[in-house]
Design a protein around this ligand. Sequence first.
Ligand SMILES: Nc1ncnc2c1ncn2[C@@H]1O[C@H](COP(=O)(O)OP(=O)(O)OP(=O)(O)O)[C@@H](O)[C@H]1O
Ligand SMILES: [Mg+2]
Length: 233
Amino acid sequence: MSDRPLLEVRELCASYDRSQVLFGVTLTAPPRGAVAVLGRNGAGKTTLLKTLIGEMRVGSGAIVFAGRDATRLPTERRVRLGVGYVPQEQGVFGRLSVRENLEVGASASGDRRAIDWVLSMFPKLGQRLRQPAATLSGGERKMLAIGRALLSRPKLLLLDEPTEGVWIGVIEEIAERLRALVKEMSIVLVEQHLELAVSVADYAYVLDRGRVALEGNSRSVRDDPRLLQYLAP
Ligand SMILES: Nc1ncnc2c1ncn2[C@@H]1O[C@H](COP(=O)(O)OP(=O)(O)OP(=O)(O)O)[C@@H](O)[C@H]1O
Ligand SMILES: [Mg+2]
């Protein structure tokens, strides 16, 4: 297996209109395993994922995916190359049932067997196939959003706060699935729940006002006394 990263992000800068949010972010993700992105509210975590999927224009810097320059590729080209994205909010069609949400995703990728794979991973969804997605619990909705992103069988999954708004009893269930997924794919995991992030990701980056302030093995980052100042509001 090659040691070459699947994702290489170099000196990435991005702005909303005139307000710059990312200031030279450099990070890599291996073909298997997760890297965590930590940081307080407003640090730029969601903005970073939006630049990686192509929803946000890159000001300068480079995004290299599987050895190919993806910096300016439109979102659907990135998806076809193998990038999946689970946004912090939404990610499902509320008025459609669980089954319809999965069918829409599978018809886009043309891989209907992927639905069975997703349901085997999240059996709870199988019990709710006819239920409108808007009426799912927070945890079930996150599972559906993750499931939808998996339908295109991504090589790299960008996950923005998969446990936000999820009841504590279900968080561990999601964490367990993520620990299984990283055996076969790469994940960039934005997560507020520090212990969960450490249990899924081997490596962590801490963003502070749009810059990587701290990085390293996820356990050493968790135990670093400087972490507190970067996570404090
Ligand atoms: N559409 C937008 N227009 C202008 N500024 C924005 C927009 N979206 C986000 N920002 C600003 O960019 C900065 C980074 O926001 P971002 O959503 O990336 O942070 P985050 O780390 O994901 O925060 P959270 O933990 O709250 O999700 C914030 O100052 C935010 O106010
Ligand atoms: Mg965010």
